[in-house]
Write a protein that binds this ligand. Structure first.
Ligand SMILES: [Zn+2]
Length: 104
C-alpha cells in the first residue's frame, strides 16, 4: 500500500473512500516520522484521527446512514397510503467526523 491509496472502508464487499464529515473531501494520510502512529484525516478542517478510529467512525456512520436510507424509503412508500404511517428518523441527528457516500 502506498501513501497515494485512497482510505476506504468496505460495505457489502464494495470499497468506499472515507470522506471528511465536515467538508466531504476525501481524507488523506498524514506523513508521520513515527511509523507506529498513522494519522488520517482532512487537511482543510484539521479533522485528524488514527487510521483505525477513522475507519470505525466511518463504519458507524454507514450503519446509521443505511438505516436512515431505509427509513426514507419507508416514509416515501407510506406517503400515499391511508393505512400505513411512518415514524422514525430520516436525517442524521448528529455530526459524524468521518462519512462515506453510498446507497443501500
Ligand atoms: Zn474537511
Amino acid at each position: 500500500m502506498t501513501d497515494d491509496d485512497a482510505i476506504t472502508i468496505a460495505i457489502n464487499d464494495v470499497s468506499y473512500p472515507i470522506l471528511c464529515g465536515f467538508c466531504e473531501a476525501p481524507i488523506a494520510r498524514r506523513a508521520e516520522p513515527d511509523a507506529d502512529r498513522e494519522e488520517v484525516g482532512c487537511v482543510l478542517c484539521g479533522n485528524w484521527a488514527n487510521a483505525q478510529e477513522a475507519g470505525q467512525l466511518a463504519v458507524e456512520f454507514a450503519k446509521a446512514d443505511a438505516q436512515l436510507q431505509l427509513n426514507r424509503l419507508a416514509r416515501d412508500a407510506t406517503k400515499s397510503s391511508s393505512l400505513l404511517t411512518f415514524s422514525g428518523d430520516t436525517e442524521h441527528d448528529r455530526a459524524h467526523r468521518f462519512i462515506v457516500h453510498f446507497n443501500i
